[in-house]
Design a protein around this ligand. Structure first.
Ligand code: FEO
Ligand code: CA
Ligand code: CA
Ligand code: CA
Length: 612
């Protein structure tokens, strides 16, 4: 079943065993150091971390829950070349755990991972501000000094982008009635990005942050939800954080209530949720630049976006997954062609969004989501391209795309251009609705699919296979039909990246709701593995501390330093143990400290190439 021939990259390290300790463990001959934690000072007055930090201080510090990230070499011409000791680290801060964020205020109270203080409202405005500022993206210059230590360096480019930062809306949805709000009556701007899971790196050296699980932050208490809210899970009654219930009624907070307010003279925020669910482009080298929501890439629970390598004269092609049960994988092909040094993000504002249909015989096709094509017209309720894009999921439903087992990260093989996607798990798939591309129902452990486009990257058909089916020994089969072993059993693949040496890095996200229990006991802590795309060999490279997931991975251009993120350590802490400060994890600060998400730097003690 292998699509490639040859030996592929070496995996020259001793695999680390499954582990359940509160430690970050790498193979012999490697060292790991924490370099960038939630709350570390980034910009402005550079406030030091404390559980008592204010909302404004949080806005000048690293956000919570590190996720996708990239290391941009400081010279800044090419995303994958340049300095390996000095660069801008750009990190998504996906979500928050309110009990740890507000630890200074809620000590001694029994709180679960999902408890929100004052949830029923009115909510403390500074706590709401702190929550909004703990989300988003951070840009921090990091440098390896002469003593070999990596440090955060004050720099004019250091920046926090939060759930309050002003953003442009670009592409066909700009100016549409569907995004007009009290804040932007012209429908051209919105405020903030949050739920930023994975990311993308454009061929013109900018960063893209995905908006994934954003819908739970909005409420709409109208009798009936419009389809552009209902299909995405906008809530009625209470939202998950109830930001709209901040006691000061600030405009930046009340907008999270999208109910129709017919008596409001200056307009309302019924369209506010339509400004979310996009891919957001950020230029990390220009701290004054306004982030841009690129609407051609569709609106969904974007996990991330991955760009295929592109040469001058070729169209720009990227792929994005909608991470929810039975949602879809998308591909965008630009109208214009790429020119190195000239092309900028505007090339993404014109082109075609497709959705994937996987046939059981190993072939597949890309179905265009274009107004007037494939039945996406007025007679079927789609009045414009803006309407198609705001309702991307409904358009994909309509054309008959293949529902997938939660598409997470993707990556493109730099040599063969094969595309890989993780399908993390799907508790809702049943034995009756399995198909070739999603062959297990229910699917508690996930798998990785890959395809080759038939012809150029912009082709409309492809050929696919399954790279690996994850799970315990008896329930898995790799590409050769062999069960996984003690050296590589894993579950719930999520982060995925193939480096320039073609090592495929696989990161796991077993949910804290099933971690260490039942059929997930055997996997221990979440981990990162390395795979050879040609032979299918897989080895466990590292394991993280208790309760976390490993997510985000990038090497320096010389491949001698690799960065990964540890997200939500200690999320498995029970409400009772929180009350007694007996956290499931005290990583990385140790002692009785509250756990903090963080970026970890890993290298060989002999400074050789990672994995070689
Ligand atoms: Fe935020 Fe799909 O993981
Ligand atoms: Ca993820
Ligand atoms: Ca997660
Ligand atoms: Ca996940």
């Amino acid at each position: 079943r292998a699509l490639e021939a040859g030996a592929g990259p070496a995996l020259n390290f001793e695999p680390v065993p499954v582990d359940t300790s509160d430690a970050f463990i790498v193979p012999e001959g490697y060292e790991a150091k924490v370099i960038y934690r939630w709350g570390d000072p980034v910009t402005g007055a550079m406030p030091e971390f404390s559980p008592h930090n204010t909302g404004a201080e949080q806005g000048e510090q690293a956000g919570m829950h590190h996720d996708g990230m990239h290391f941009f070499p400081i010279e800044g011409q090419d995303p994958w070349q340049g300095s390996s000791t000095d660069g801008l680290l750009v990190v998504n801060h996906e979500y928050i755990e309110p009990r740890f964020l507000h630890a200074g205020k809620v000590e001694g109270q029994a709180m679960t991972a999902w408890s929100v203080p004052d949830h029923a409202g009115p909510r403390d405005p500074d706590m709401v501000l702190k929550e909004l500022n703990a989300h988003g993206v951070s840009v921090a210059r990091i440098r390896e000094d002469a003593d070999g230590e990596w440090r955060i360096v004050p720099d004019p480019r250091n920046r926090r982008i939060t759930a309050l930062t002003e953003m442009e809306i670009a592409g066909p949805v700009r100016g549409s009635d569907l995004v007009k709000t009290k804040f932007s009556p012209e429908g051209e701007r919105t405020r903030g990005t949050f739920a930023n899971c994975a990311h993308g790196v454009t061929p013109w050296n900018t960063y893209m942050a995905a908006e994934e699980n954003w819908s739970g932050a909005f409420v709409n208490n109208d009798a009936e939800l419009p389809r552009e809210h209902a299909r995405y899970g906008v809530r009625q009654g209470m939202s998950r954080p109830n930001w709209h219930l901040a006691a000061d009624g600030a405009d930046g907070f009340v907008r999270f209530d999208a109910s129709t307010k017919a008596d409001s003279a200056e307009g309302d925020y019924r369209n506010e949720p339509n400004g979310f669910g996009w891919m957001v482009e950020i230029d990390p080298f220009d701290p004054d630049s306004t982030p841009v929501k690129r609407t051609t890439l569709g609106r969904c629970a974007h996990e991330g976006v991955v760009f295929a390598p592109v040469n001058d004269g070729e169209k720009v092609v990227c792929y994005t997954g909608d991470d929810a049960r039975n949602e879809y994988i998308y591909k965008f092909v630009s109208a214009g062609t790429f020119r190195r040094g000239v092309t900028r993000g505007e090339i993404l504002d014109e082109g075609v969004l497709y959705v994937a249909k996987f046939h059981d015989d190993g072939t597949g096709e890309w179905l265009a989501l274009v107004h007037g094509q494939n039945g996406l017209d007025e007679s079927n309720g789609f009045v414009s391209q803006a309407d198609v894009l705001v309702n991307t999921r409904l358009a994909a439903d309509f054309v008959g795309a293949t529902p997938m087992d939660r598409p997470e990260w993707g990556t493109v093989d730099p040599e063969t251009r094969a595309v890989y996607f993780t399908l993390t798990n799907n508790s809702q798939r049943t034995a009756d609705d399995i198909d070739g591309a999603n062959p297990r129902g229910p699917n508690p452990f996930g798998h990785i699919i890959r395809w080759h486009e038939d012809g150029g990257q912009e082709a409309q058909t492809f050929t696919w296979d399954l790279f690996v089916i994850a799970g315990p020994h008896e329930d898995s089969a790799d590409m050769h039909g062999e069960a996984l072993t003690d050296d590589n059993i894993f579950s719930s693949p999520d982060g995925l990246w193939m480096d320039a040496n073609r090592r495929l890095w696989i990161q796991t996200d077993i949910s804290e709701s099933v971690m260490y229990r039942g059929n997930h006991t055997v996997f221990g802590n979440n981990a990162m593995l390395a795979a050879n795309p040609e032979t299918g060999e897989i080895k466990r490279f590292l394991t993280g501390p208790v309760g976390q997931e490993i997510t985000g991975v990038v090497t320096t251009p010389d491949h001698r330093t690799i960065f990964v993120n540890v997200q939500h350590p200690g999320a498995t802490t029970s409400a009772e143990d929180f009350a007694s400060a007996n956290y499931a994890s005290h990583w990385p600060d140790g002692g009785n400290a509250i756990p903090r998400s963080a970026t970890v730097m890993i290298r060989r003690t002999d400074r050789g190439v990672i994995g070689a």
